[in-house]
Design a protein around this ligand. Structure first.
Ligand SMILES: *[C@@H]1O[C@H](CO)[C@@H](O)[C@H](O)[C@H]1NC(C)=O
Ligand SMILES: *[C@@H]1O[C@H](CO)[C@@H](O)[C@H](O)[C@H]1NC(C)=O
Ligand SMILES: *[C@@H]1O[C@H](CO)[C@@H](O)[C@H](O)[C@H]1NC(C)=O
Ligand SMILES: *[C@@H]1O[C@H](CO)[C@@H](O)[C@H](O)[C@H]1NC(C)=O
Ligand SMILES: *[C@@H]1O[C@H](CO)[C@@H](O)[C@H](O)[C@H]1NC(C)=O
Length: 831
């Protein structure tokens, strides 16, 4: 039943066009033709046919060798151009003549032998220019750069740059830069005093190796004296050799304004680090980072200044250092004593001596994540953890190999100010332990561990925030939540929780994340015991799209609380099967299906329903009529048979309809069905009831003589106050029939919710039973008739109209009746 392939192809093209990115081989151009992406396409030259209105163009990682005058001609809107990682050795002087709005230009890693000053001259709006990693041997900037007054970030240099001369950057003297970065050859041959003195920049990045020219560093520092420089970063300061000189290469550091200093890569021995720290100690630096340095002990250790270096730092970062000796580089930990935020990340230490805890007396935040620490490495029973870490508020031991929560608890239990603990990405939680926690702890993150329901027994109950996401948790421990009265935020995403108990009591909880678990059911009762809940994330669960979920969502929407943080993305149905993988947002139950009053009404026994309906009658109509009607009904139902002989009439169907639809019933329904050969025999009250008999007796009897009951539902059926009492009794009668004997014909679209309550049975059937809709388009009506006839069965099946012979159909009905009401109904023949 698939479409013909051609039409599918057309759809595919339409979809492609709608999807946004237009194909413009080898480039991708976005829908509004603002950005072009031509990255890594092996291009030997700039494509000719690019839209001229582009604002951003990425041509990096290609094989461009040359930029010619025509390449970007006409691209007057161009703001960002990336030409990095090509092999460009020449840029025509008029290459950017059209691109006066250009703000960002990247020429990183090309083969330029000269700084392309003539080409850059027109770019007066340039703010960001990276032309480092090229092959020019001189960094002298010519007058053109003086005109680039908007320039904020400038990177230059390359592997062939050996000399930096005094006047190289003179043209920048009036340019207020945020960042200036310079890269030189592996060992700078000459730095001429004064070169940096022209710079006015907030950040200075020096990728300059001084292996053979350490004396240049104090000269550089002197040139930076008194400048508004805040951030200084060295990369590969000593690239291949450890510094062994006697002079202090960092002399002058104390005279700078900088507050942040970074050493990235390069070789550091104990002596060099000590010299750096001694200078930092005297300087204004408050933030020091040693990242990816290659640390080694000094063979000739000058122990005279041991413990003297103890800079006061807001932050010290030691990261990606393969030699953990860096931590106690002068055989003490004194240098850590002035640090407020200490991060030791990926340094691979596997032993924390007792005295280090005592030294970190000013540390407020301690981050030792990513170190493959095991329990025994950080917790040593012989150490005293009492009276240490007096200021520590936040402790981060994420991404290690800890197994025991009890160990983490014991280590931190006596730290007086500890409030936050992040132990995510470990293997905590699978041991059966008892744990004693610091009473000040408020915030605990344990995501990506291995938590079970029994882990809750080991968690602190003083928490306001708890994160147990992605920890293979499959069950909740309700007891824990009642014992944790402060809990305000709970994160349980990405676990395997299979069900949400309705007794989940957590009185202060405000934020709850339970997305990505394995439960299928939540309902209006699920979170009632969390009166303060304002935010709930619960997508990515295998939902059963049933009334429970629907009513929960309806109620949440109406109350406006809690907010569903991840709605509607990732809320998908998993069950029932026809709804598999559809969005929960698209799930709308059929009319009445989830109407609680209707459901309740159905749940009540049919007698109770009758009583309710009678009460309604009583109220609506005058009581005398009502009593008489009820009496007749009862008599007709139970006594009628025995009293008078039943009319020997049998029908294929009894049709129940509102008087407003009488015309349609006669014109369409009867016309059509009674004109078949053999004709269907249908019973309608206006024609087939025995005159002079009480109408209710007529109804009851005729329904019992009919194989099926057809209800014609229309707006007037819904809207009109009882057009016909008969309708009501027919309905009541149908309650006793099996649902397969009732056919619902929806003549015009109705709002089933508007159906009066007394038709509860009908409402339920509309929700659960398929009904026939009378199509408006005449062309589709033949199918309607086909369906109706198939529901009515073969018209020949009833036997003669006078009912002398009992048909199979009738036998079936009667047998059913007999089963239901045993001796009350007797077969017509035997009477
Ligand atoms: C780069 O271009 C030069 C000529 O300018 C050429 O000799 C060299 O092979 C090219 N390099 C690459 C990697 O294509
Ligand atoms: C450009 O990058 C490649 C690979 O990253 C490198 O081999 C090449 O040496 C770089 N070119 C320059 C001039 O640094
Ligand atoms: C440096 O630039 C700033 C603006 O960032 C400016 O206020 C200051 O006067 C400049 N200093 C010198 C010495 O030019
Ligand atoms: C050790 O360093 C101090 C300065 O920190 C210096 O005065 C002393 O001469 C050095 N001693 C040796 C043996 O290098
Ligand atoms: C939906 O779930 C996926 C993981 O299955 C996640 O990456 C994504 O962020 C989620 N989207 C939203 C809107 O929550």
């Amino acid at each position: 039943m698939g479409r013909p392939p051609t039409s599918r192809g057309v759809w595919y093209l339409v979809l492609l066009a709608l999807a946004g990115d237009a194909a413009w081989p080898p480039c991708r151009i976005d829908a509004d033709k603002r950005t072009g992406l031509c990255k890594g396409q092996d291009l030997g030259q700039v494509p000719r046919d690019l839209p001229r209105g582009l604002r951003g163009l990425d041509l990096s990682y290609n094989k461009l060798r040359e930029i010619t005058a025509g390449d970007f001609a006409g691209m007057t809107q161009l703001r960002r151009l990336d030409l990095g990682y090509n092999n460009i050795s020449r840029i025509a002087p008029d290459a950017f003549l059209s691109n006066l709005l250009l703000e960002q230009l990247r020429l990183f890693n090309n083969s330029l032998n000269f700084i392309p000053a003539p080409a850059l001259r027109p770019l007066v709006n340039l703010r960001w220019l990276d032309m480092s990693n090229n092959l020019y041997g001189s960094a002298a900037l010519d007058g053109a750069f003086g005109g680039l007054r908007q320039l904020r970030e400038l990177s230059l240099g390359g592997p062939l740059l050996r000399d930096i001369s005094r006047g190289d950057f003179a043209v920048l003297k009036d340019t207020a830069l945020q960042k200036f970065a310079i890269k030189s050859a592996s060992s700078l041959r000459r730095y001429e005093a004064g070169a940096f003195s022209w710079l006015n920049t907030t950040e200075l990045w020096c990728d300059i190796a001084l292996d053979e020219n350490a004396a240049a560093l104090p000269v550089m520092l002197r040139d930076l004296r008194g400048k508004a420089l805040d951030y200084l970063r060295f990369r590969n300061l000593f690239e291949f050799t450890y510094y062994t000189g006697d002079a202090d290469p960092f002399a002058g550091l104390a005279d700078l304004q900088i507050t942040k200093l970074v050493f990235f890569r390069g070789k550091f021995n104990e002596n060099l680090l000590r010299l750096a720290l001694l200078n930092v100690q005297r300087s204004r630096v408050r933030d020091l980072a040693l990242v990816a340095i290659d640390f080694a002990r000094s063979p000739r250790w000058n122990g005279s200044g041991v413990g003297a270096a103890a800079p006061r730092l807001d932050r010290l970062l030691l990261q990606d250092i393969s030699n953990p000796d860096v931590l106690r580089f002068d055989w003490t930990f004194t240098w850590l004593s002035g640090v407020a935020a200490l991060s030791i990340i990926n340094v691979n230490f596997n032993y924390v001596p007792c005295d280090v805890w005592g030294e970190m007396r000013n540390v407020e935040v301690l981050d030792i994540s990513g170190n493959r620490l095991e329990d025994g490495y950080i917790y040593n029973q012989r150490c005293h953890y009492q009276d240490v870490m007096p200021k520590l508020e936040s402790f981060i031991v994420a991404t290690n190999q800890l197994l025991s929560l009890a160990v983490v608890a014991a280590l931190t239990r006596t730290w007086p100010r500890l409030t936050r603990l992040d132990a995510s990405h470990n293997s905590l939680g699978s041991l059966q332990e008892t744990c004693q926690w610091s009473p000040t702890l408020r915030w605990l993150s344990l995501h990506h561990n291995r938590v079970t329901a029994s882990t809750f027994g080991c968690l602190p109950t003083t928490l306001e925030y708890l994160d147990l996401s992605y920890s293979q948790l499959d069950r909740l421990n309700m007891d824990y939540f009642t014992r944790s009265p402060r809990l305000r935020e709970l994160r349980l995403s990405g676990n395997k929780i299979k069900f949400i108990p309705s007794e989940w009591r957590c009185p202060r909880l405000e934020v709850l994340a339970i997305d990505g678990n394995s439960f299928g059911v939540i309902n209006r009762g699920s979170f009632v015991n969390m009166p303060r809940l304002v935010s709930l994330a619960a997508g990515n669960n295998p939902y059963h799209c049933t009334c429970d979920l629907y009513l929960f969502l309806e109620e949440t929407r109406q109350r406006g609380r809690p907010t569903l943080a991840d709605w509607p993305h990732n809320w998908t149905c998993y069950h029932p099967e026809p709804l598999l993988d559809t969005a929960v947002a698209a799930y709308a139950p059929r009319p009445l299906e989830c109407d609680v009053p209707a459901l309740v009404a159905v749940a009540v026994a049919s007698t109770a329903l009758a009583v309710a309906a009678c009460a309604a009658l009583c109220w609506k109509l005058d009581a005398a009529w009502y009593l008489r009607a009820t009496y007749r009904l009862v008599r007709a139902k139970y006594g009628g048979r025995r009293a008078g002989a039943p009319r020997p009439c049998s029908y294929h169907a009894f049709i129940s309809y509102s008087c407003a639809d009488a015309d349609w019933v006669r014109r369409e329904l009867l016309q059509r069905l009674e004109s078949t050969t053999p004709p269907y025999r249908l019973c309608i009250h206006e024609r087939d009831f025995t005159p002079g008999r009480w109408i209710i007796e007529n109804i009851v009897e005729n329904i019992e003589r009919s194989a099926k009951v057809i209800f014609v539902l229309s707006r007037s059926f819904v809207d009109s106050e009882w057009c016909n009492y008969e309708l009501y009794f027919a309905h009541q009668r149908a309650v006793g029939l099996g649902s397969e004997d009732v056919i619902l014909v929806v003549k015009e679209p109705i709002d089933a919710r508007g159906l009066p309550r007394r038709f509860a049975r009908l409402r339920k059937m509309l929700g659960t039973k398929t009904y026939l809709e009378w199509p408006r388009e005449p062309g589709r009506r033949s199918f309607f008739w086909l369906q109706l006839r198939s529901l009515l069965g073969n018209p020949g099946g009833l036997g003669p109209a006078n009912g002398e012979e009992e048909t199979a159909e009738e036998k079936k009905i009667l047998k059913k009746k007999k089963r239901g009401k045993k001796k009350k109904i007797s077969r017509p023949e035997t009477e």
